[in-house]
Design a protein around this ligand. Structure first.
Ligand SMILES: C[S@@+](CC[C@H](N)C(=O)[O-])C[C@H]1O[C@@H](n2cnc3c(N)ncnc32)[C@H](O)[C@@H]1O
Length: 216
């Protein structure tokens, strides 16, 4: 599951590029029923990347109607399964970062149940979000000092919330963090001593700690 960033090929991560280059084929979502890529932004990014970095890969169109229906996600998963009948490694691409309102997790949830081995062998590659890019474009921070920022889907109802807790003090007691969902502690991610625990650690040991209370 490869995050492509917000549309600028220079904001595709090296890891994403390597994944695309080492995949046997690339699954690209399209909203067009005829499997054409006339309206597909992901297709534009992938083809621009192939041109810029001199590689080509077979492309598998994945019809993605955005109706938020289980059968549509199942169809997309089935396209991925049939891709694996022919190829050993596949990339499925998504805009921005896969963690933010992306189809990726609807598909992975299905794959987790139907094909646990494929799920275990899968990887999600993080990307630059649209709002990180928006902030950079106008040189305004999303949060600084004592501020915080929220992502609010424009819907007419209450929605479940994911909360990210950052900038703790070493030695701090985490009692004040009231768990509402599924909380994890991430310490020294990608650095020496990386530690990810599927619960809230009671004390903060490292400055590079963040807690994410994932919505349920
Ligand atoms: C389905 S969400 C995907 C978000 C994406 N995964 C991300 O990390 O930004 C699509 C929404 O993201 C925002 N968005 C994504 N790309 C954008 C862009 N290039 N310009 C403005 N808004 C964008 C819009 O609010 C759009 O409705």
């Amino acid at each position: 599951m490869v995050s492509l960033g917000p549309g600028d090929i220079e904001l595709v991560t090296i890891k994403a590029l390597k994944a695309l280059k080492s995949s046997d084929a690339i699954c690209i979502p399209t909203k067009s029923k005829d499997n054409s890529f006339k309206k597909s932004l992901t297709h534009k990014i992938v083809t621009a990347l192939m041109r810029e970095h001199n590689f080509t890969k077979p492309i598998i169109p994945v019809y993605t109607p955005m109706h938020f229906k289980k059968e549509d996600w199942q169809y997309q998963v089935d396209v991925i399964y049939s891709g694996f009948e022919k190829y050993d490694t596949l990339s499925f691409v998504t805009l921005g970062d896969g963690a933010v309102y992306s189809t990726v997790y609807y598909l992975l949830d299905i794959i987790k149940v139907q094909n646990p081995t494929l799920y275990c062998n899968s990887e999600v590659i993080a990307g630059v979000t649209s709002f990180s890019q928006a902030s950079a474009k106008i040189k305004k921070p999303l949060c600084i000092g004592d501020s915080r920022f929220e992502i609010v889907p424009l819907l007419d109802r209450e929605v479940p919330i994911t909360t990210i807790y950052m900038r703790p003090k070493i030695g701090m007691d985490t009692d004040k963090i009231i768990e509402k969902g599924d909380i994890y502690t991430f310490e020294n991610m990608n650095y020496k001593g990386e530690n990810i625990t599927p619960y809230k650690k009671s004390k903060v040991d490292k400055y590079m700690t963040l807690f994410i209370d994932f919505f349920i």
